[in-house]
Write a protein of this length. Structure first.
Length: 256
């Protein structure tokens, strides 16, 4: 049985091939952040075998980039990463979105366990661990985080959200009208739609939306934002969908 690919040399994160195709059932997407290749590979394999769609990253920076570009049901986060402390990364994630987090760590001290849970982790697994046990923990946390019966948990502002992102067709509609976008404009608007209200710097937008961010310039970001704004204005001239934060960057308006 083929193992899910893990961190190829030319990519920061690895996505199993079947996550890109069409499926009758939407698989919960799980982000696994661990810099030990063997642990990451085994964890991804176990999660895929249990019906999840996992993505693996080896650094905190790659994890933040993945979270900015994709929606996940849960994050499995190693405490000891090469570029950041897992506790600090958890705090940063929590500032941006409410998503279940399970810590992985080689530490077994009670103090570390308490710190991890106090800063927002939903569970805590100590290495060495069984990948199947971890998968069971993931299922348990997701069950706990499901909205109660009769409560959809939907934000009223999101119910009025005028954008629909279709990743399979690489299309975005605005007030039920399909926009004509270049590939870069699609990626740019997509990340705004995934995180309404979040302010992105020009550098962050270049890293997310450009194939070769090192070759892009901040003026290029401004030009693409201007183009996307014009296309949104053509649909609804009364609303300013993309907001400018002078000296910082851009965001998509949060309240509709």
């Amino acid at each position: 049985m083929e193992m899910p690919s893990v961190m190829p040399e030319n990519a920061a994160c690895a996505i199993p091939d079947d996550a890109l195709g069409c499926a009758a059932v939407v698989k919960p997407r799980i982000l696994v952040v661990d810099d030990e290749p063997s642990i990451l590979e085994n964890t991804l394999y176990a999660l895929e075998m249990d019906g999840f769609s996992p993505l693996g990253c080896g650094t905190g920076a790659d994890a933040l980039a993945a979270l900015a570009e994709n929606e996940f049901s849960l994050v499995i986060l190693d405490v000891g990463l090469p570029d950041t402390n897992g506790f600090e990364l958890c705090k940063e994630i929590r500032r941006e979105q409410k998503i279940p987090i399970i810590f992985l760590t080689a530490r077994d001290g009670e103090v570390d366990r308490i710190v991890g849970l106090e800063i927002g982790a939903d569970d805590y697994v100590t290495k060495p661990f069984s990948p199947r046990e971890l998968s069971a923990r993931v299922k348990a946390v997701l069950r706990r985080c499901e909205p109660a019966n009769g409560d959809s948990g939907e934000d009223p502002s999101r119910a009025r959200f005028p954008f629909v992102v279709d990743d399979e067709r690489v299309q975005i509609s605005y007030f039920k009208q399909t926009l004509t976008l270049s590939s870069t404009e699609f990626r740019l608007l997509r990340v705004f739609c995934k995180h309404p209200g979040r302010v992105f710097s020009r550098t962050q937008l270049m890293e997310i939306a450009w194939d070769e961010p090192e070759a892009a310039m901040e003026r290029t970001v401004d030009a693409h934002v201007k183009s996307v704004r014009a296309k949104l204005k053509a649909v609804n001239d009364e609303l300013e969908a993309i907001e400018t934060h002078r000296g910082i960057g851009y965001s998509l308006r949060e309240i509709w």
